[in-house]
Design a binder for this molecule. Sequence first.
Ligand SMILES: [Zn+2]
Length: 284
Amino acid sequence: MRRSTSYLDRRATARMPWRMPVVLMYHNFGEPIIGADPEHLFIKVDTFRAHLELLRKDGWHALTLDQFLAALDGAPTPRKSYLLTIDDGHESVARVAAPILAEKGIPSVLFVPPAVLGGPVTWNPVYSAERLSSPAEIATLVGTSMEIGVHGWDHTRMRGMDDDLLRLNIVRARDEVAAMTGARPRSFAYPYGTHDEAARRVMAEAGYAVAFAVAREHGLFAVDRVFVKGTESPALFRFKLTMAYRFASRVAGRTPWLRHRVRAAVQLLSGRQDTGDLSTVASR
Ligand SMILES: [Zn+2]
C-alpha cells in the first residue's frame, strides 16, 4: 500500500511530499581567496562545524542519496532527516569540507561541471580567483562518503536550451564524470537552480534518479533545496530547516509576483537577514 502512494511512483508529475527530507545546498568553505564574497557562498570552518553540530543536537539524521531516494519511495525515515549537497566542486570542498564530513561520518553529494574542472570559476567574474578541483582531485573523493553528481557541462544556465545542448549538459557531462570517478552519476543539480520542461524531460529520459533545483520545485527532476549562506545566524539556519520555511520557499518559487512578499515575511520572522534563495538565484 505504501508503494502505491509513494512519490517515486508518481514520478515527475507529482509535487514533492511535504514531509520529505530537507536538502541543504552549500558551495564554498573556509575563507575566500580574494577576501570578498558578495553572495555569501563561503561557509567558515567554525560555522560549518556549528551547522553540523546544531543538526546533530536537534536530532537531525544525515541521509545517503540511497536513503533519500528510499524516503521518497515511502521507506520509513526519521521525520527530521536531511541530505547535504554541495555545488560546483570548488577546491575548498576537497580541502576543507570533505575531511570534516568524513570525520563526522556524514554522507553528502557533490555536483560538478566536468568541462570547467581544474580551472577558475568561469561563470562569475567576482569569484574568478577561486579554483575548481581538477578531475584527478575529484577522483580522490571516490570511496569517501561524498557521492559525485553532475552540475551541467560547463555551468551554463539550462533554461531554454535545445535538445542537443541539453544532452551535452545532461548525458555527455555524466559520461565525463563517470570516466573521472569510475561510477555512473545518478543525480544532477541545475546550474543556478534553473530548469524548464525540456530539461526535466531529457533528465528523465537519460535515466537520472533525481535532479535538484533551488526554490523552483517541480517534481522528482527539480527538487527544491535550502540554500545555506555564510552570513546567516544559527537561528536563521534552524528556521530554514522548518516546514514553515519550506512552505514559503515553494510558494515563492511557484508564484513570482508573491516572491518579494514572502521573502519579506521570512526576513521578518528570522531577524531580517538575507534570504536570497527565495528570489532569483543570480550566480550559482
Ligand atoms: Zn553552481
